[in-house]
Design a protein around this ligand. Sequence first.
Ligand code: APR
Length: 260
Amino acid sequence: MSGRDALVELTRLVREARRPVVLTGAGVSAESGVPTFRGPDGLWKRHRPEDLATPEAFARDPALVWEWYNWRRQRIAPARPNPAHRWIAAYERANPEFLLITQNVDGLHRLAGSRRLVEVHGDLWMVRCTCCGREDEDRRVPLPVPPRCPECNGMLRPGVVWFGEPLPAEALSRSAEAVRKADLLLVVGTSAVVQPVASFPLLARGAVVVEINPAATPLTPFVDLSIRSAAGALLQRIPLPGSPPAGTKALSPSRPGGAP
Ligand code: APR
């Protein structure tokens, strides 16, 4: 299918969907300058997840893990939503059945206005006490190392899901149910290698599954349409339900007092 045909087909699917679900990964934030994890200059090319993003790593060396999360907070704090984040938030406003499922912890979907979203891997800006379990949003950059609970002085951990930890049960069930009921599933900017999210698209029953990614992934052979493109560059060209069709000249504001 040519690029033009893919644009036309995706526009039709977005317009006609009654229960759209969008599933995003780190690639949706790439055009905001936030590094991805895999691919040519991915974070896991220079760091070992086992040393920085597991409960064992935190138990072994909490200071090193907090240095890593402080570095990520400093990288992400200045980042702003890109056209992909904004389009996804606008699609939510245009469709009451819309749901966003994101693996990202950078908070850029929320910053773009997304509210009906499931952050399956948590939120970088949340911290949780390892003693009393208290959870707070803490946007200090950097955090003291290690940060302490204001209530019990216990050590805080990042409010994210590490490798080897289960996803929050509610996030898992809400996501699986939405994908099963979806009639359109857009899989945007994920390498589709981290479980269980990588298998979410396989739960779809009857949804048209569209992958948006400059590179092929293990999911590519199973989707209905795979569009080789950067998310922001593509999505900003897809008119949303209720917006004037592409090419419509914006009406000039009528002159006060009636006839031109
Ligand atoms: N637009 C769309 N996709 C892009 C763009 C872009 N501008 N730039 C890169 N990509 C694609 C890459 O081709 C790659 O397939 O985004 C994907 C990013 O893959 P990963 O870095 O593996 O990120 P993700 O799939 O979200 O990783 C899943 O792994 O490390 C854990 O918890 C972490 O949530 C993360 C999970």
